[in-house]
Design a protein around this ligand. Structure first.
Ligand code: COA
Length: 160
C-alpha cells in the first residue's frame, strides 16, 4: 500500500471542538473490532477529566475519518498513544498509517519526548502490523494481557 498517495497526504489531525464532537462519537468500527478500543464517547468523557489527554479528530480533508488520543506530560520523556481508530468505512486505505505518522510528528515537535508507547490486544493483527511497520517494538504483555510496544523517537528520526 502506498502511504503517500494524494488521499493519504490529506490526512491531518484536528483538536476536538463542540462542532466535531458529535461526528467523532458517530464513527463506527466493525462488530469484531469494538472490543479493541474504548468507544469514542467514553474517551471524550475521560478526556474532560484529564488535563494530559490530547484527543484528536483524524481528518481527510474536511471529513472526519477517525479518532486518536495521546498523552505527553511535560514532566515525562515518554508519550502514550492510548486510543486509535479509523471508521470502518475508511479502513484499509492507508489512513491509519498516515494518521500514525501525523501523531508521531506532532509528538516529536513537542521536543521533550523520547519514547512513545502504545498498547493493543495481542490478537489485534491490524494494530500489530500498523505499529510494527512504524518501528514500534513489542515489549511483552502487561498485567491485563495487553501487548505493550515502544518506539524510540530518535531512532525513528534516522529512518522515518
Ligand atoms: C488498526 C486501524 C487503526 C488501522 O487503520 P487502517 O486505516 O485500516 O490502516 P491502513 O489502511 O493505514 O493500513 C496500515 C497497514 O496495516 C495493515 N492492516 C490493516 N488492517 C489489517 C488487518 N486487519 N490485518 C492485517 N493487516 C492489516 C494494512 O495492510 C497496512 O499494511 P501495509 O502498509 O504493509 O500495506 C483500524 O483497523 C482500526 O481502527 N481498528 C479498530 C480499532 C483498533 O484496533 N485500534 C488499535 C488499538 S487502540
Amino acid at each position: 500500500m502506498t502511504d503517500r498517495s494524494p488521499q493519504t497526504a490529506e490526512i491531518r489531525l484536528a483538536p476536538m471542538t463542540e462542532a466535531n464532537r458529535a461526528l467523532v462519537t458517530s464513527l463506527e468500527l466493525a462488530q469484531e473490532q469494538v472490543d479493541f478500543v474504548a468507544s469514542n464517547s467514553d474517551s471524550l468523557e475521560e478526556a474532560n477529566d484529564d488535563v494530559d489527554a490530547q484527543p484528536r479528530a483524524i481528518m481527510l480533508g474536511d471529513r472526519i475519518v477517525g479518532f486518536l488520543m495521546y498523552e505527553a506530560p511535560a514532566d515525562d520523556c515518554e508519550a502514550r498513544i492510548y486510543r486509535f481508530m479509523i471508521d470502518r468505512a475508511y479502513q484499509g486505505r492507508g489512513y491509519g498509517k498516515a494518521a500514525l505518522r501525523e501523531v508521531l510528528a506532532e509528538i516529536g515537535r513537542l521536543g521533550h519526548i523520547r519514547h512513545v508507547s502504545i498498547c493493543y490486544g495481542p490478537e489485534n493483527k491490524g494494530a500489530r502490523h500498523l505499529y510494527r511497520a512504524a518501528g514500534f517494538v513489542e515489549e511483552g504483555l502487561d498485567e491485563d494481557g495487553e501487548m505493550i510496544a515502544d518506539l524510540v523517537l530518535s531512532a525513528r528520526a534516522d529512518n522515518p
